[in-house]
Design a protein around this ligand. Structure first.
Ligand code: ADP
Ligand code: MG
Length: 259
């Protein structure tokens, strides 16, 4: 059984009745490989959950399942009380509700920065183009790249591209933001500019699931740390508890290697 503390009790006694993301008993295989094993995870509104763990443990698959970029074999995933839609317009709306920022920046290479942040608003959220552009410029300003609006992604640094990716996701007015190692592909001097944008979002009360090895971010922004290994949630606790007194051998071993 996974080691857990009050996080689990909080769920059981209904304090998470207002949960935004719920996974119940989720399983996923890739062929013979069992990548998600009986995953139970609840993310409350406004909560910041940092997911940590060794490579290959299933962290990306977990994020992709929440955004339905992967289907799961069994179990239940609810976003704001509703099961993930299978396809069509509902799926596009779900993807907008669940913003995702990947390790690789994933911007549209042949669109300008402004177009990257405008397109989804018009296509999925059905905003008119002028309003969408206005909103895009506000968001680009907020993430500190307003002056890059008319450039193409390849003309930007990695840190700038990742901030545009965040602005693009925010433009959809998501209910929750998923970040899958958003700073792992960045040169060291660009990591902080992206983490600062994420810190700011956390302070503003955005619900966030963040896969990262940035322990400073986890310590200062996370309400909860989820440690995942071999497809399981092994430990789920506060950042203080996790970093000062991890309980599972798997987490102790992991921390001894990265800290
Ligand atoms: P993490 O993000 O924690 O490193 P992943 O979720 O990417 O872990 O991967 C979990 C396991 O699933 C790994 O063994 C990985 O090789 C495997 N895997 C991930 N995606 C696929 C896929 N599309 N097809 C087959 N195996 C996959
Ligand atoms: Mg990964």
């Amino acid at each position: 059984m996974p080691v857990r503390d009050d996080a689990k009790d909080a769920r059981d006694d209904g304090r998470y009745a207002d949960a935004l993301v719920v996974l119940r008993n989720v399983d996923k295989h890739f062929g013979a490989l069992h990548v998600l094993r009986s995953i139970d995870l609840t993310v409350g509104r406004g909560e910041v959950v940092v997911v940590i763990g060794p490579s290959g443990g299933g962290k990306s698959t977990l994020c992709r399942a929440i955004n339905r970029l992967e289907t799961v074999d069994s179990g239940e995933i609810l976003i704001d009380g509703r099961p993930l839609p299978a396809e069509g317009r509902e799926l596009a709306a779900l993807r907008a509700d669940v913003g995702m920022v990947f390790q690789s920046f994933n911007l549209f290479a042949h669109k300008t920065v402004l177009e990257n942040v405008t397109l989804g608003q018009v296509k999925v959220r059905k905003k008119d183009k002028r309003a969408a552009e206005r909103r895009a410029r506000e968001l680009l300003d907020r993430v500190g790249v307003a002056s890059q609006a008319d450039k193409y992604p390849a003309q930007l640094s990695g840190g700038q591209q990742q901030r545009v990716a965040i602005a693009r996701a925010l433009a959809m007015e998501p209910k929750v933001m998923l970040f899958d190692e958003p700073t792992s592909a960045l040169d060291p001097e660009m990591i902080n500019e992206v983490l600062e944008v994420m810190q700011q979002l956390a302070r503003e009360g955005m619900t966030m699931v963040v896969v990262t090895h940035e322990m400073g971010f986890a310590r200062s922004a996370a309400h909860r740390v989820v440690f995942m290994a071999d497809g399981r949630i092994v430990e789920e606790t506060t950042p203080d508890q996790f970093f000062s007194n991890p309980r599972s051998d798997r987490a102790k071993d992991f921390l001894s290697k990265i800290l």
